[in-house]
Design a protein around this ligand. Structure first.
Ligand code: ZN
Ligand code: ZN
Length: 195
């Protein structure tokens, strides 16, 4: 229990210098005060321009760029989700699921019951495209979080052009899914629970 607001605020800033974001729950736990109190402290820090509140937590005010880069964690491998390669699976039943890259996204897909949409980031244009109709460049010389790397392209032409420079082979979603699931099962040997 930390009684003084200024002491708590200094403490919060101290923790934020070590990690880019903190959740409200974590602050409640660490400081032993109520959620209301945490919000009051954070509001003061926001007013003084030192932090920014995000959904359910707080980030340093100077880490604006990290906010989009590392806010989400891959549902499959726990890697931070890069905005450049993210895959988002929407379901009727729960919050959207994020994957770090198409490699994880396609594998994750197989575990999701009734996804309503699967969006992947086009590697060239940076816009979200339908992952099911996209093309994937597999095992090119571009290294991403997961190996082999799967790059997503909204059009086959873009994938082909990219292949000329960076190698790899092109797969549709279904082909990529079959390959990944086969590799995954006799791959690294790690147990992976399904469902
Ligand atoms: Zn991942
Ligand atoms: Zn990945």
């Amino acid at each position: 229990m930390v009684d003084f607001p200024t002491t708590r605020q200094e403490q919060i800033l101290g923790w934020l210098s070590e990690s880019p974001s903190l959740s409200i729950d974590e602050l409640v736990r660490r400081l032993g005060v109520s959620v209301m109190t945490i919000h009051r402290d954070l509001d003061q820090l926001v007013r003084s321009g030192q932090v920014e509140k995000i959904h359910g937590g707080v980030i340093r005010a100077d880490s604006r760029t990290r906010r989009t880069r590392a806010l989400q964690v891959c549902r499959l491998c726990d890697a931070p989700v890069s905005e450049r390669t993210q895959v988002i699976i929407q379901t009727a039943a729960s919050e959207p699921l994020y994957a770090c890259c198409p490699h994880c996204g396609i594998l994750l897909m197989g575990e999701v019951v009734q996804p309503t949409s699967i969006l992947a980031k086009d590697f060239i244009y940076g816009r979200m495209v339908n992952a099911l109709t996209a093309y994937y460049l597999v095992g090119s010389s571009i290294t991403l979080c997961c190996q082999p790397s799967y790059l997503c392209f909204g059009s086959e032409g873009d994938a082909l052009n990219f292949q000329k420079g960076f190698g790899g082979r092109i797969a549709t979603f279904d082909e990529a899914k079959v390959q990944l699931e086969a590799e995954h099962h006799h791959g690294c040997g790690g147990e992976h629970s399904v469902g």
